[in-house]
Design a protein around this ligand. Sequence first.
Ligand SMILES: Nc1ncnc2c1ncn2[C@@H]1O[C@H](COP(=O)(O)OP(=O)(O)O)[C@@H](O)[C@H]1O
Ligand SMILES: [Mg+2]
Length: 270
Amino acid sequence: MIKISNLSVKFEEQRVLENISFSVAEGERLSLVGTGGSGKTTLFKALLGLVHPCSGQVWMDECQVSKLSAGERRQFMRKVGVAFQQGGLFDDMTVYDNLSFAMEHLTEVPRAQHEGIIEDLLQQVKLGGSKRLYPHELSGGMKRRVGIARALCNRPQIALFDEPTAGLDPVTSTIILNMIVALTGEVRHGCAVVATSNTEIAIRFAERIVVLHEGRVVADGLWKELLLHGSDWVRYFLGARFIGLDESYMKELGLPEAFIENPQQGQVSA
Ligand SMILES: Nc1ncnc2c1ncn2[C@@H]1O[C@H](COP(=O)(O)OP(=O)(O)O)[C@@H](O)[C@H]1O
Ligand SMILES: [Mg+2]
């Protein structure tokens, strides 16, 4: 569904993405993980054609993104759902109107059917009672949930979530993560990518992770393998968050026995 080939992006003279290549298959979930500034948001923007690569190519569901005409681009955006970290809701529109605006622009669903779909989506993100509220009346977690509902209103084949839980407390983060997992779990004919600097969110979202570091892919594989056998930096980065956690919680997260027995191992060698 997504194919990125030797992609590089520069801002001014700074190389922000360097020779990125990886693919995401139909039916696959992937976490894109890296520290702040590693290039995650820029990579999403490149996938959407919002920043222009200085070299390399991006295909999304067989469309080469940089070659789309304006008309083709409008069609293309109907297949894609994206929730950026800065929610991007219109401040002067209610929750309902924000979603209705998106439905109008991103789908061909007749207007008469919008209401039913929006009601249904709002139920799924547990905002059924909030549709008449304006963004400034919502908590951070509620805004994120509106963003998720909006990203999914066109039943996208490719769903991208940028830092869906950043700045939220752990309980709200878990609720949001579970929603994304449940909502994207239904999409058999698509794929979903979460970009996050939170390694716990990353491993809970997907078995496969791509690790970005200073604009490069430094690992791509199953996180359980990478946590034990990745490079020094990858083991350090992935392991750091889990040190000192309760053993039963580490088991609940599915961390490998070898890690639970000696969580410091990757840290010492890094
Ligand atoms: N529009 C821009 N102009 C110049 N530099 C940018 C721009 N957007 C991002 N950057 C730089 O690109 C790097 C990667 O940023 P970003 O993709 O936002 O990382 P992440 O999402 O992983 O935190 C950072 O060094 C950031 O300062
Ligand atoms: Mg970012």
